[in-house]
Design a protein. Structure first.
Lengths: 317, 281
């Protein structure tokens, strides 16, 4: 089976920062806003290089979303930066009315998503943001898997006209996608060929899915691995093509099973080609304090959990 | 005919539009609309420096943002009568498949609208963003915005008010419609806000008060003063004292007509008090 090499752990938020730095040089319409988390979001370089295009808004996320919507009127492409929790749940109505319904070209860039935010605990660990954002008409929802892909996604969304939610995380994780990749919104990436089970993963769970595929391979199970970096619009064709071959699927995400990637995949399956599905996701719960690895283990969001889900779903075929 | 007379004639016609629009669909918000009629007529006809036609970016012209979107009847009438879309389209207000939604939206592509509003308290942030885009683009034109007084109970406004002065956004004139009424009654009974002048000044804004907010000449004078205070390092706030329901006697000085349409007799009375000037749609 095809394997991927980790070129060294890196955090996806730094991929965002690097992408933003690049955009600063290449696209003069890109502006950035931050709600008192410049260091956490890795926006320092953009701020240093383009102070006139950087807006520190203070701890005032609602105002930040409105400012971003207004900046688009006049041709700017605003990138807002704060934690995922404060990027979505805290400002849902502002995003709904001033950005999504008004169809403004705002890029909502959200770090520290999910359990891997770690020790700060459940107040900051949002596991509902994909659901919140994908329900908004016209919103594109992207959750890249590693540093390189987050950088590529950041650059790509500037070229796309319309509101985007870009979700990434805090911890250093495997960096395994190519450095010079071209990011195509809405296009799933086929990582490993397999015939027994399809594993569709997003964000930090993509690397775990690759690790799971190796374990499954050792057990004589051939797993197909797909990286769904774009949850909306979902690449239904890629999913259907794969389950047409494997006949069952595991979805894996660092998010509640209610409202996440898994439910979007379910809809595609039930309306086209129903096959057994297992969810690797949190089970309608809040998180808690702990290290990222401890939390992913406790809440069943790692390679081991994906292996178990794959074995279970194959039996249900 | 004097300029004031021309604007007053248009104001009377806009009042008729508002009454007829809300009467036809038995819904909508006439009270606040009537209270802001003189202001919006003066703004679009006299105060703002506008280009012909409409494009979303609005480069090289003054822009207006309505934050209290429920007064859409007056906004739509003034936009139509300022040439943004056919006056006849006012007939479709709040009907299915209309561009004139209950609250203003960009979603249906109605010329003149740059942001959806209705969920309160969001417009000042948007207006400030547009003001900063103008600065980045080296565009010297101004941003105008209108907000209800009750709307200032929404916390996002105060984030925006603090941001504006902290960042010296001095190319904006935000007007507060001080009609002292909101859905549940007088603002002082619902949630007393104390002195808005003191509050805006405490947030380091320049404040201009217009005591007679339903008097065209007073509005023109006050807004000229406000304009003269832009570009001096501070955002400018206009406290516009208005009478809700102005121009229709039984709708005045009460919150009762915030979101209620007149019946047939009430419409007839309201129209009689505001005779046709430019022609009904």
């Amino acid at each position: 089976m095809k394997t991927y090499k980790n070129t060294g752990n890196k955090d996806t938020r730094s991929g965002f920062g690097a992408g933003l730095t690049e955009l600063g040089k290449t696209n003069e319409n890109v502006v950035a806003l931050c709600a008192d988390l410049i260091g956490s979001l890795k926006m320092d370089d953009f701020k240093k290089n383009h102070p006139e295009r950087f807006f520190q808004v203070g701890i005032a996320e609602a105002n930040m979303i409105g400012l971003a919507a207004g900046l688009t009127i006049g041709g700017k492409i605003p990138f807002t930066g704060t934690f995922a929790n404060f990027s979505t749940g805290r400002v849902y109505d502002q995003i709904r009315q001033s950005v999504a319904y008004s169809n403004k070209n705002v890029k909502i860039c959200a770090s520290h998503a999910g359990l891997t935010l770690g020790e700060d605990g459940a107040t900051h660990q949002i596991l509902e943001d994909i659901g919140l954002m994908k329900m908004l008409p016209g919103m594109t929802v992207i959750n890249p898997c590693d540093y390189n892909q987050t950088k590529a996604a950041t650059i790509a969304i500037a070229e796309y006209e319309g509101p985007v939610y870009l979700r990434f995380g805090r911890p250093s994780v495997a960096n395994f996608t190519s450095e010079d990749q071209k990011f195509e919104i809405g296009k799933a990436l086929h990582l490993v060929d397999g015939t027994d089970v399809t594993i569709v993963a997003t964000g930090h769970l993509v690397w775990e899915a690759l690790e799971a595929a190796k374990t499954l391979n050792d057990k004589g199970i051939s797993a197909e691995v797909i990286n769904i970096h774009t949850i909306k619009p979902l690449d239904a064709e890629a999913i259907l093509k794969s389950v047409g071959k494997t006949g069952c699927i595991v979805t894996a995400e660092e998010h509640n099973h209610l409202g996440g990637l898994g439910e979007s995949v379910s809809r595609v399956l039930t309306t086209n080609h129903p096959v057994p599905q297992e969810f690797v996701a949190t089970n309608d719960t809040f998180g808690e304090s702990g290290t990222p690895a401890q939390l992913m283990d406790k809440y069943g969001l790692n390679a081991e959990a994906i292996v178990k889900a794959a074995e279970k779903v194959i039996k249900r075929k | 005919m004097s300029k004031t007379q021309q604007l007053e004639n248009l104001t009377t016609q806009v009042r008729r539009d508002i009454l007829r629009m809300v009467h036809k669909v038995n819904s909508g918000h006439p009270g606040g609309s009537l209270g802001c009629t003189e202001f919006l007529v003066a703004l679009y006809q006299e105060i703002m420096n506008r280009k012909e036609g409409f494009d979303m970016d609005g480069a090289n012209e003054d822009l207006f943002f309505l934050s209290n979107g429920h007064i859409s009847p007056v906004f739509y009438s003034v936009l139509a009568r300022s040439g943004y879309f056919p006056v006849d389209e006012l007939n479709t207000f709040r009907l299915i498949n209309s561009r004139l939604q209950g609250h203003p939206t960009t979603h249906e592509g109605l010329p003149g609208i740059r942001i959806a509003s209705g969920s309160l308290g969001q417009g000042m942030s948007v207006a400030l963003g547009a003001a900063q885009a103008k600065k980045l683009n080296g565009d010297k034109h101004l941003i105008y915005s209108l907000h209800g007084d009750g709307e200032l109970q929404e916390g996002q406004n105060w984030e925006a008010i603090m941001y504006a002065s902290g960042n010296k956004v001095d190319n904006i004139i935000s007007t507060i419609d001080l009609n002292s009424q909101q859905i549940d009654g007088c603002t002082d009974d619902v949630l007393p806000m104390g002195s808005l002048k003191a509050k805006f000044e405490a947030f380091d804004w320049t404040v201009v008060e217009i005591e007679e907010g339903n008097n065209i000449d007073a509005i023109l004078k006050g807004m000229a003063e406000a304009k003269s205070k832009t570009g001096k390092g501070k955002p400018v706030c206009v406290l516009l004292k208005t009478v809700m329901g102005n121009g229709v006697d039984f709708m005045m000085h009460t919150h009762a007509w915030h979101g209620k349409a007149p019946n047939d007799e009430q419409l007839a009375s309201g129209l009689k008090q505001n005779p046709e000037t430019l022609g009904d749609y």
